[in-house]
Design a protein around this ligand. Sequence first.
Ligand code: SAH
Length: 396
Amino acid sequence: MDNNIVSLILKSGKDQSVKRFHPWVFSGAIKKINGPVSEGDLVSVYSNQHEFLGIGHYQPGSIAVRIISFIESIPNKDFWYSKIDNAINLRNKLRLLNNNETNVFRLINAEGDGLPGLIIDYYNGVAVMQMHSVGMYLIREQLAEILKEILGNKFLAVYDKSEKTLPFKANLSNKNGFILGDSENNIVKEYGLQFKIDWESGQKTGFFIDQRENRELLKKYADKRDVLNMFCYTGGFSVYALQGGAKSVHSVDSSARAIDMTEENISINFPDVPNHTSFATDAFDYLKDIKDKYDLIILDPPAFAKHRETLGRALKGYKRINARAFEQIRPGGIVFTFSCSQVVSKEKFREAVFSAAAISGRNVRILNQLTQPADHPVNIYHLEGEYLKGLVLYVE
Ligand code: SAH
């Protein structure tokens, strides 16, 4: 192996997870680092018996190395090209790349596409990149050129949105902005519906692309129902509910900016629609007294827990909002309920929802079990990547 790359030896017995292709090396597993390393450097990882295990990006912190390759050769341009090409091919097979109805999807899903630390979302030609590791950030321009090369006439620009996602200790003072080309074209289509995207100041890369298939399912349940879309953000579920024939739709979010975006997205798709109203208010307050106004409620809150320490409080939060919905929804009502916290397991989320059902004393049945769509693939050796959990419930 190249002498320019610093090697790192794991403690005895700490090589098992990497041998099973898990892409993270925790700092506590490291016995020795053979030389000076800087944040973002490539390092090679060896077992205590000096077997080669993988090569990855180094970062001081709990996850010390994000493994990029389990093969003993140094990643070069061809390596990155083939990784990105592979991810784009998958989206092509999923019929997302040349699709007249949908031109917004996730192009690179970090570990799920074998590229830990890198998220790229595709907005009708504009690739919005979000780096979570310094290693990926340092090669951003090379990655952008590769995207341009592979996407050809499907490519307009690359926008880097890593200002808030890089480890703050890295002190890179990086700013968001276009790093290749530029574009003002920020209207995208999803299942034929249009959405305006604010990738500059919106949450995540601008849109919750991961709810696409769940929104499409909601459309099928919405006919003639009075719908409440809690935590609506840019109004995705509301637009689909109207498309599905809802009698009325109420959208709630605590952010006034989100409510403005919701209104805008509703009017792009349904000018002068009389049966949509939005409320910029706190969800917990709003849910206190909704009486029996609704027969379809969507609960898609932000990640209540970002760290394990806050798990208990998060579960209480899920229990509370779900109990409120179950207690008040009309008989025969439908609840779409979600958790996008990575630290909340599928089982824990269900337990919280089950307790909420028990508190309400209603008869509740599971109709559908939901997760993230195929353009957010989960690496089978890294199940932490499965973060979105949802249930569709029938409340008698
Ligand atoms: N369902 C949305 C994504 C929801 S993101 C979609 O499909 O696009 C979570 C949203 O919850 C954010 O827009 C945030 O502003 C909002 N939010 C966070 N805390 C809130 C609270 N206490 N009350 C109401 N909204 C809240």
